[in-house]
Design a protein around this ligand. Structure first.
Ligand code: UGA
Length: 425
């Protein structure tokens, strides 16, 4: 089948490359000429190792093609996957600029029995807009949300937990069923609005689960419990489940925070109050401040103290800094008059552009040098494996605040650290 992917971010590339691996011909379009130049030469412009190697393979097998102008795609296309970003404006509304442009281009260059599968996360009003714009028998609209995680983009796309196809159009339904025939996952056929709400409900449920465990962690800190045991104790109940119960300094990234805020805003315009989701966002907005409290409790006056922050990306295994809690935390530390040193394995160069007055490196040991305290802000797998004895000797103080609860606290205590986790005894 011939597939056109509009938008070459995580979702667009992972979807397109997964479909190319399933023997389709995939045409990628992005208006960003630089991105298309990179991709044509087999280079991703962000870090996703499996996707990088699969991209190279798809290019050498002549399965993928890249375009910065849609009129250059001279093939009959069976389906278009809309994978463009849907940023939220300051007033809380979705910025429709990119969607409008894509709709206009598709209508101009393609027109006969074509399926439009919307992968971008959109609210029902945006869907109504898209439906109105494609109001002709030639276009068959479906909502087909994506559930991949950054850092696992290709794996999640090739092995999805479920495939949601939201459409009232039989042609779109059978075409998408056919496109996904080789994917081993339950398929949910539903209407477009339910498909949209499945996506919002999934992300906001995950966000709520994290804020819930963070709230319990803060209680645990206060009364002397241990959040690891508590998470295990509740997570073994299959009705609750053990995933996404990792307490810490909060959730970030380009999806969970944005989707939660977007659905709250959209629902408010319909006079619906999403109290639980609002509270999950509020908890997350201030959760990182527990680090400041712990620093004050242990170091007293923070002015002029040196704090080494390990981790800048919004989570380990990615170079993505969007809505990273680490960046929020560093800005707060700077406001407190702290001298901040920071480290990340991948995003350290990018971070230099947004954090001024901070020493930034990719080296844990160099960053720890002379620090009164260390804060773990991102769950990089490398941190538990670091040489903590060496780090202890390089530091001026001995305080470590593990904002992601990933370090071996007993080992650190034996090395002479004062260890503070989030809700850990
Ligand atoms: C999230 C969802 O997990 C995906 O299913 C969804 O497809 C994606 O958004 C999207 O809408 O595109 P992602 O943003 O890649 O994926 O990141 P997550 O792995 O969900 O992590 C989000 C944040 O929550 C990170 O900052 C992470 O550190 C934090 N987190 C996660 C916790 O604090 N505790 C946990 O137990 C789990």
């Amino acid at each position: 089948m011939n597939i056109l992917i509009i938008g070459t971010g995580y979702v667009g590339l992972a979807t397109g490359i997964a479909l190319a691996l399933k023997s389709n011909k995939v045409y990628f379009f992005d208006k960003d000429k630089e991105k298309i130049k990179h991709l044509s030469s087999g280079q991703l412009f962000f870090y996703e190792p499996d996707l990088q190697s699969a991209l190279e393979k798809a290019i050498s097998n002549n399965r993928v093609y890249f375009f910065d102008m849609l009129d250059k795609v001279n093939e009959k296309v069976d389906a278009v996957f809309l994978c463009i970003g849907t940023p939220v404006l300051k007033n809380g509304k979705t910025d429709l600029k990119n969607i409008k442009q894509a709709v206009c281009d598709i209508k101009k260059y393609f027109g006969q029995d074509i399926v439009i599968a919307v992968k971008s996360t959109i609210n029902p009003d945006v869907f109504e807009f898209i439906k109105r714009e494609f109001n002709s028998n030639n276009f068959h609209i479906a909502v087909n949300p994506e559930f991949l995680r950054e850092g696992n983009a290709l794996k999640d796309t090739l092995n999805p937990s479920r495939i949601v196809i939201g459409t009232e159009d039989n042609y779109a339904k059978s075409m998408l069923n056919n496109i996904y025939r080789d994917f081993d996952a339950p398929k949910i056929f539903t209407d477009p609005i339910s498909a949209i709400l499945i996506k919002y409900a999934s992300n906001t449920f995950l966000a709520t689960k994290i804020s819930f465990i963070n709230e319990i962690a803060n209680l645990s800190d206060n009364v002397g419990g241990d959040i690891d045991d508590i998470a295990l104790g509740i997570g073994l109940d299959p009705r609750i489940g053990k995933d996404f119960l990792k307490a810490g300094i909060g959730f970030g990234g380009s999806c969970l925070p944005k989707d939660a805020k977007n659905v709250i805003h959209f629902s408010r315009s319909k006079n619906i109050n999403l109290g639980i989701i609002k509270e999950a966002v509020l908890i997350n907005d201030t959760q990182f401040l527990v680090v400041i409290e712990k620093l004050k409790e242990n170091l007293g006056n923070l002015k002029g103290k040196v704090v080494a922050v390990l981790g800048l990306s919004f989570k380990g295994g990615t170079d993505d800094l969007r809505d990273s809690i680490s960046i929020k935390l560093i800005n707060e530390l700077l406001r407190e008059g702290i001298i901040v040193r920071a480290q990340d394995y991948l995003s350290y160069e990018k971070a230099k552009e947004i954090l001024k007055g901070v020493f930034i490196s990719n080296d844990v040991y160099m960053t720890a040098k002379g620090a009164d305290a260390i804060v773990i802000a991102t769950d990089w797998k490398e941190y538990p494996k670091a040489d903590w004895k060496k780090i202890r000797n390089l530091m001026k103080g001995n305080l470590i605040i593990d904002g992601r609860n990933i370090l071996d606290k007993e080992n650190l205590k034996n090395l002479g650290f004062t260890y503070k986790g989030i809700g850990r005894k």
